[in-house]
Design a protein around this ligand. Structure first.
Ligand SMILES: NC(=O)c1ccc[n+]([C@@H]2O[C@H](COP(=O)([O-])OP(=O)(O)OC[C@H]3O[C@@H](n4cnc5c(N)ncnc54)[C@H](O)[C@@H]3O)[C@@H](O)[C@H]2O)c1
Length: 314
């Protein structure tokens, strides 16, 4: 059983991954080089746990023990000592990740399993410089943000690891309540982000063409396709609807839809104008600056409600 883990990088993903493991009796060593970021970790984790308590997803009594299970380090070597499994959540740059794993390989025994939380980098070049034995104990474990709430973790089974290593890592994530998806091919973005980008491409195109207002496009998604997706995957939906129907509608509609191979020009324009979304007060919607923390919190609360509802789904 993998019960002693290391998390490298305590930013957006790393502190959330640590918080998720620690709630479920896993000992976590968290290495973060930035002093400012280190100071933010415990308050951020406490705030995230508080939200789960408020939504009655966890009991307040569980929090002190969970926080005790997380030890924060300002140096790498002691953080990775005696760890069964180490996952990195450092910035998305290949050379940084390669350097980190070369160092981890030097510091850790051959038995330690390594994982990367990369969103978009291929596995093959990341492990190319490592010894064969280590490459056989190396996976992508791709979490969704915020990691404490979002249930999905995509896990690579690209052929470099054995079935036993894959199963042990999948079990580690399943025992903390995550839903794992086994990914068979080393493709950028794995599966979930590619599906999300396909939807986003059409949504950005619809708003750019003036097909409907932002709120109406989002209503069409939330109460149309996405309403089913929370319980029923696309392939099940296709089976339930009939593949003959999907064939006809695909032939009729796809030629009329956006097929761009780069990000939407509308996104590019908004970014150039400094309209980055809630963090700058305007994106597709305008946000009242005073209410931004409450708006973010309401978003997280909706996710926790969905998480509670989804506990029944297979
Ligand atoms: N943010 C997301 O929505 C999301 C979702 C899934 C996967 N990811 C992936 O997770 C990884 C981390 O993303 P993030 O959003 O948490 O980034 P982030 O910038 O919030 O955090 C990265 C942290 O790593 C620390 N760091 C920098 N260099 C380091 C090093 N050499 N060793 C150790 N720590 C170092 C930084 O100080 C920072 O705290 C990336 O690979 C990203 O693609 C992000």
């Amino acid at each position: 059983m993998l019960r002693h883990i290391g998390v490298i990088g305590g930013g957006t993903m790393g502190h959330g991954i640590a918080a998720a493991f620690a709630l479920h009796d896993v000992s976590v060593h968290l290495y973060e080089p930035s002093a400012k970021q280190r100071d933010d970790i415990v308050p951020s984790i406490r705030a995230a746990y508080d939200l789960l308590i408020e939504e009655q997803f966890i009991n307040a009594a569980a929090v002190p023990a969970a926080l005790d299970r997380i030890t924060i380090f300002d140096e790498l070597a002691p953080a990775v000592n005696n760890r069964h499994f180490i996952v990195e959540a450092i910035p998305e740059r290949m050379e940084l990740k390669q350097a980190l794993f070369a160092e981890l390989d030097r510091l850790c025994p051959a038995t330690t399993i390594f994982a990367t939380n990369t969103s978009s980098l291929p596995l093959a070049p990341m492990i190319a410089g490592l010894p064969a034995e280590r490459r056989g104990r190396f996976l992508v474990t791709h979490w969704y943000n915020p990691p404490l709430i979002m249930p999905l973790v995509e896990i690579s089974a690209f052929g470099n690891t054995t079935v036993e290593i894959y199963d042990a890592v999948a079990k580690l994530h399943q025992t903390i309540g995550k839903r794992t998806a086994k990914i068979l091919k080393d493709i950028p973005g794995l599966v979930a982000n590619r599906i999300q980008q396909a939807v986003a491409r059409e949504v950005f195109s619809l708003i750019a063409q003036g097909a409907a207002d932002a709120a109406d496009i989002d209503t069409a998604l939330k109460f149309g396709p996405a309403f089913r997706y929370a319980t029923t995957g696309q392939l099940e939906v296709a089976d339930f609807g009939g593949l003959d129907i999907w064939l006809t509608v695909g032939d009729n509609l796809l030629a009329a839809m956006d097929a761009s191979r780069e990000a939407s020009p509308l996104l590019r324009q908004k970014v150039a104008e400094g309209k980055l979304g809630i963090k700058t007060g305007e994106g597709f919607y305008v946000y009242d600056r005073e209410n931004i923390p409450a708006t973010r919190r309401a978003f997280l609360k909706r996710l926790v409600k969905q998480l509670k509802a989804s506990s029944d789904y297979s």
